[in-house]
Design a protein around this ligand. Structure first.
Ligand code: BES
Ligand code: MN
Ligand code: ZN
Length: 506
């Protein structure tokens, strides 16, 4: 990953391949560091502004050659957008765009001022954190299976130096950078797992990847095999798994940040369908490839656990990932089959493509029944219906604990990963009534995301529970700011932030 360091110094005196300064929209005479660089360049930046070439629009990057007027070879003027819209999320975007511009210029070592920490009025540590997140995530590529690499830069950006004039600020900036890089690493871990195809990332391979993360991070790791799931009565999970020749695994990662208080805990349960063909209720072939990412919830849990271990909050966190492949075959479960979950409830499998809720049911029973989770948050690419409701902009939040939902919404505002709540009114429950079992796994077309969540609520026991439906947000089809094409890594950063907030409250 990109190396980011903090140095005290003057940007006009710094010898780098390129230096990054910034500009608000509507400013004609730049001040601060941008003003100093402008003066050293004998007004070249002001001239570009006057000619309308540099407008300071958010996401704009204007490149100037210094031709010996500065020790740095090039200057990148990064647009900050309108001052009244400027915030911490703008810093992530601007930093990502600047970093990609530096890569395109084949810069190896570059320096940047900390956007927002000066006239932007942001807290120095928070600005440095957002800058680190934006740069590290904006440069993300997944090209391990390609001979010709994306963008074909002849030189990767190796080091970004944050230049600050005021020595009193260095410690805060350094702390912000470290937090930002830890969070970026969580997201990158998640993205890599989601982008990996299902022929490589089987349930067992996902478990091996999680084990490696746990080992490096110092987390406890264990895994349940099919015979153990059978003993525990996980008939709902095993029903989904039975169609695939790839065996399922239940991945268990544990962080003990408050060992004296075992009840001060939260479980993060991530859907880990390594491929969702739909099973016997098979999906149409167009776009089915995206279902290699149907373990995005699980991937975000693995990534978040890594950052949680690095940041060390005072709370115990259980990370669970039921890893299963949903395939049609002669051994696959059929529509109409009745299975029994770990809590004894029977389920009529009306549609084998509503498999996520079936594996999460048993995983949550395990979290509450065996691991005594007091709070449970599940994360899942659960329903196409959430894309109809919220598009690709926001993750759906539902839950039986408004307190936990509110903490999630608060964490989401902290990270910029947008979330929006949907209701779980009792009136929707009748859609899940079955003639043959305690409950049916689908509730028909109306309010599909809500009935899916209500199904899950039957398996949370006495725990406080909230649910994130990320089917609309786990992948992106375009580059925008720190989000690149492909897996987004959502909501890894928000999960880390949630855990920190719960630790502070408890
Ligand atoms: N993994 C899918 C949901 C999904 C859809 C995720 C699009 C990402 C993008 C899930 O397992 C599924 O198939 N859900 C069905 C449920 C239906 C059968 C009740 C759906 O949404 O169509
Ligand atoms: Mn499905
Ligand atoms: Zn699925």
């Amino acid at each position: 990953m990109l190396k980011i360091t903090v140095q005290i110094g003057d940007i006009t005196q710094a010898a780098f391949d390129a230096v990054v300064v910034n500009l608000f929209e509507g400013v004609s005479a730049p001040s601060g560091a941008t003003g100093a660089v402008d003066r050293a360049l004998e007004g070249a930046i002001s001239a570009l502004i006057a000619d309308g070439e540099a407008r300071g629009r958010e996401g704009e990057a204007t490149v100037l050659h210094t031709l010996g007027a500065l020790p740095a070879k090039r200057v990148v003027v990064a647009g900050l957008g309108k001052r009244e819209r400027f915030g911490i999320d703008t810093v992530r975007t601007v930093s990502a765009v600047a970093a990609r511009t530096l890569r395109r210029l084949n810069a190896k070592r570059a320096a940047s001022i900390v956007h927002g920490a000066g006239i932007g009025g942001l807290d120095a540590a928070a600005a440095a954190q957002a800058l680190a997140e934006g740069a590290a995530l904006g440069l993300y590529t997944f090209d391990r299976h390609k001979a010709r690499k994306a963008d074909e830069p002849t030189q990767e950006l190796e080091e970004l130096v944050l230049l600050e004039q005021d020595p009193a600020r260095a410690a805060a900036l350094q702390a912000g950078v470290e937090r930002g890089l830890a969070l970026a690493e969580a997201v990158i871990t998640a993205r890599d797992l989601v982008n990996e195809p299902a022929n490589i990332l089987s349930p067992i391979a996902l478990a091996t990847a999680a084990e490696q993360v746990a080992e490096e991070a110092g987390l406890a790791y264990s895994v349940l095999e099919p015979w153990q799931m059978k003993e525990l009565g996980m008939g709902s999970l095993l029903g989904v798994a039975q169609g695939s020749s790839n065996e399922p695994r239940l991945i268990v990662m544990e962080y003990f940040g408050d060992p004296e208080h075992p009840d001060n805990n939260v479980a993060l349960v991530g859907k880990g369908i390594t491929f969702d063909s739909g099973g016997i209720s098979i999906k149409p072939s167009a776009g089915m490839w995206e279902m290699k990412g149907d373990m995005a919830g699980g991937a975000s849990v693995v990534g978040a656990m890594k950052a949680i271990a690095a940041l060390g909050p005072r709370i115990n966190v259980l990370g669970l990932v039921p890893a299963v492949e949903n395939m049609p075959s002669g051994t696959a479960q059929r529509p109409g089959d009745v299975v029994k979950a770990m809590n004894g409830k029977t389920i009529e499998v009306d549609n084998t493509d509503a498999e996520g809720r079936l594996i999460l049911a048993d995983a949550m029973c395990y979290a509450v029944g065996e691991k005594h989770a007091k709070r449970v948050v599940d994360i899942a690419t659960l329903t196409g219906a959430i894309v109809v409701a919220l598009g690709h902009v926001a993750t759906g939040v539902m839950g039986t604990s408004q307190r936990l939902v509110d903490e999630l919404l608060g964490a989401s505002r902290d990270t910029g990963e947008k979330m929006w709540q949907l209701p779980l009114f009792d009136e929707y429950k009748r859609q899940l009534r079955s003639d043959y079992a305690d409950i049916k796994n689908v509730g028909g077309r109306p309010a599909g995301s809500i009935t899916a969540a209500l199904f899950l609520s039957e398996f949370t026991g006495p725990a406080e529970w909230a649910h994130l439906d990320i089917a609309g947000t786990f992948m992106s089809d375009r580059v925008h700011g720190h989000v690149v094409k492909g897996a987004t890594g959502v909501p890894a950063r928000t999960l880390v932030r949630l855990v920190e907030r719960l630790a502070a409250d408890g």
